[in-house]
Design a protein around this ligand. Structure first.
Ligand SMILES: [Cu+2]
Length: 176
């Protein structure tokens, strides 16, 4: 079979380009935790206010008995609730998102947080914030006329500062 040298050269260039992109995907997945959320867990979105886990006073930042920090958030037209939370920097955080109405998306720039929030399902994403500061939380799935107003804020503080505040305010369920 004859392959023209020019054709062969371009074939090789294409293979290199494909390998380059696959390499980027692998690198991001392995070292920056950028991958498709795979948690499949159902919930009745019409009864969130009644459910144990996502009742209003359980939302926000919570520490479980093993010391893991779990952040529970509800997306609804047109905001993320609670509107503002405080979390520590450089710490593994488990975010659990639910929708109370329609399909939403969560995007936090400069982190691996990007997931759909599908009504009826819990979206769970592990993340950490590298540096203290204010991070916007944006909806990236069109959810209605107010979609472009749909955002909230996460305040990230130094780990020591957060731990000091956290132990000072202990006693309540919700330590955001
Ligand atoms: Cu939206």
């Amino acid at each position: 079979m004859h392959i023209d040298p020019l054709e062969k050269k371009w074939g090789q260039i294409i293979l290199v380009i494909c390998a380059f992109f696959v390499g980027i995907i692998l690198f991001e997945a392995l070292f920056h935790s950028v991958n498709a959320p795979s948690n499949v867990e159902t919930i009745d979105s019409t009864k969130l206010h009644l459910s144990q886990e996502f009742a209003e006073d359980k939302l926000g930042v919570n520490t479980d008995d093993k010391g893991n920090i779990v952040v529970r958030m509800v997306a609804g037209r047109y905001s993320f609730f609670p509107k503002e939370i405080v979390v520590p920097a450089e710490t593994k955080l488990t975010f659990r998102w639910v929708s109370m109405d329609v399909l939403h998306g969560v995007h936090i720039p400069m982190t691996n947080m990007s997931t759909m929030v599908v009504p009826g399902f819990v979206a769970e994403v592990e993340t950490s914030f590298p540096t203290p500061g204010d991070y916007p939380v944006l909806c990236n799935e069109y959810c209605g006329l107010g979609h472009d107003q749909m955002w909230s804020r996460i305040k990230v503080v130094e780990k020591e500062q957060w731990l000091a505040q956290h132990s000072a305010s202990k006693g309540g369920q919700n330590n955001d």
